[in-house]
Design a protein around this ligand. Structure first.
Ligand code: NOJ
Length: 538
């Protein structure tokens, strides 16, 4: 049995990018009070947990992923007191709130970094990775920024140049480079303990855990991830003894490592394997907005029908089997780094994707606005280090009022412009329509709760999933309960025979699918862009 907090396996998460969710003080930027005011809405989607993107003090060179005070909410969002109110208001409703922990790097504005950049040795000199000369050249493993300050050394960034890597040590330090400190060096240990104390600080105030940014990036020269895994196992031990009801969620995208490291859950997203991209992120290629190193091909969820679901299944089943006793895998609808799943797709196609995601083991994650099918807005100027990513971070579209109900500020003061389309989807319009995407999400969340076989812990077995072929059919099972899920994202009709054991089917939810009896054999007839969930009789 998994050693996870009880609430986790029943959770459906909602990711809030706070800048763009709801602005309650008219400054054009979303705030924590806005999240509080929308808790009932989030809950109405069937979501009972939140991942809040960074909300701490920051110069916002990378939308808050460049923290300059880990213990203080940035004033653009409110105050620590507001964040505690958010925890309390969520808890009153039986909901959870997880924060974004940027463990691997800070901003260059962080006082620790400013101190470490001083030529005089001080407590923080080794808190970041500095070489022993300003002239040290970068290598593929150790990219370096030179000439930053009068310290005669170069520092290692973890992402953008203004995000210097905190020093979690080197698993295999190069003996010729004494500046590469081992993982048990006292200064490295001090950084590690500080990061744990930051987590304690927020969990003591009511946070329910963390999504950890770039969780695999901490220990350097760590080809097998041994050092990074050991660090997180230590953090997990702290959770198990001090905060057993809190969760650790990784941005690692390699569940076999992340769950071994003690994370309760890992996202399978657009890097490390092609699994996620093969499902529905081929649009990167078409938009020229992609992540270097990502493998591209034809998505399975594409009307063209040119995808290959085995590119997903191969990796997914390997990681699922290896980790199912430890924790969960999440396949999110999207996130603040990816093109919106709506990109190039109709609402009907999104319904098929969500039917798939809400029927998979592990934990569903809904990126704000994906429930109404918000679009990716191409061509916006970059904001706060977003570059192509800003098209997925535009203000939430609540209703038909000014600024789509996001803010009362003048349009030019908004954090990012709204989707300019006259036909942009809104929550209020979709609330009214029983067949809307919004209500589809609600129905799927309700089904997932009603039928535990569909949920986080059920078995997953592919019934039909062939190279280059459609549909995908799989079985979910928990105890005696068995559910058959059939998914056809292609525009082409397809028909497949079903084994006798699948001949007694009750429809739970479907669109465009028929079960036919031909010559005493059962066939599943699926029109283009269709899905079905069936309860199987014993
Ligand atoms: C991953 C985050 O999701 C992304 O938004 C950020 O830019 C990088 N990590 C750097 O922290």
């Amino acid at each position: 049995m998994k050693n996870c907090p009880d609430w986790l396996n029943e959770s459906i998460f909602y990711e809030v990018y706070p800048q763009s969710f709801l602005d309650t003080n008219g400054d054009g930027i979303g705030d924590l009070q806005g999240v509080i005011e929308k808790l009932d809405y989030i809950q109405s989607l069937g979501c009972n947990a939140i991942w809040l993107n960074p909300c701490f003090v920051s110069p916002f060179g990378d939308a808050g992923y460049d923290v300059s005070d880990y213990r203080k909410v940035d004033e653009r969002f409110g105050s620590n007191r507001d964040l505690v109110r958010l925890f309390n208001e969520a808890h009153k409703r039986g909901m959870k709130v997880t924060l974004d922990l940027v463990a691997g790097h800070t901003s260059i504005e962080h006082p620790w970094f400013k101190a470490s950049a001083q030529p005089e040795e001080n407590k923080y000199s080794n808190w970041y990775i500095w070489t022993d000369s300003a002239w040290t050249e970068s290598t593929a493993e150790t990219p370096l920024i030179r000439g930053f300050s009068d310290r005669n050394a170069a520092y290692m960034p973890n992402y953008f140049y203004f995000q210097p890597a905190l020093n979690f040590g080197f698993e295999e330090p190069d003996p010729d480079k004494p500046w590469q400190l081992p993982t048990d060096h006292p200064d490295v240990m001090a950084v590690r303990e500080e990061m744990k104390d930051i987590m304690r600080f927020w969990m003591d105030l009511g946070a329910d855990g963390f999504r950890v940014d770039m969780a695999a990036s901490l220990v350097k020269s760590d080809p097998e991830m041994k050092g990074t895994i050991a660090f997180w196992q230590d953090v997990r031990a702290m959770f198990d003894t001090e905060y057993p009801d809190c969760v650790l969620i990784a941005e690692w995208s390699f569940p076999k490592h992340a769950l071994q490291a003690g994370f309760h859950m890992d996202f399978m997203i657009h890097f490390n394997t092609e699994a996620y991209t093969a499902l529905f992120r081929d649009e990167h290629k078409r938009d020229g907005f992609g992540t270097p190193g990502t493998l591209y091909g034809d998505s399975f969820f594409d009307r063209s029908g040119k995808g290959d679901v085995t590119r997903f299944l191969r990796h997914y089943t390997e990681h699922f089997e290896a980790t199912r006793e430890l924790g969960y895998i999440s396949l999110p609808t999207g996130n603040h780094d990816l093109t919106r799943v709506r990109c190039h797709r109709s609402m009907a196609e999104l319904k098929v994707i969500y039917a798939f995601l809400w029927s998979m083991p592990g934990i569903p994650y809904l990126y704000y606005g994906d429930e109404i099918g918000m679009s990716y807005i191409p061509g916006l100027p970059s904001k706060e280090g977003g570059f192509g990513r800003v098209g997925s971070r535009t203000p939430m579209q609540w209703d038909e009022s000014r600024n789509a109900g996001f803010s009362t500020a003048k349009a030019e003061k908004l954090y990012l412009p709204l989707d300019p389309s006259k036909k942009r989807p809104t929550v209020s319009e979709q609330e009214e329509k029983p067949t809307s995407l919004l209500n589809h999400v609600r129905a799927l969340s309700a089904l997932r709760r009603e039928y535990p076989a569909l949920g986080a812990d059920g078995d997953f077995k592919v019934v039909y999933g062939k190279k280059g072929r459609y549909p995908l059919v799989f079985l979910r099972q928990l105890g005696e309960q068995k559910i058959l899920v059939a998914i056809n994202p292609s525009a082409e009709k397809c028909t497949i025979p079903l084994a006798k054991k699948y001949s007694q089917l009750d429809v739970l939810k479907k669109s465009g699918v028929k079960v036919e009896q031909v010559d005493r054999k059962t066939e599943l007839v699926m029109s283009g862009v269709s899905f079905a969930l069936f309860l199987i009789h014993a």
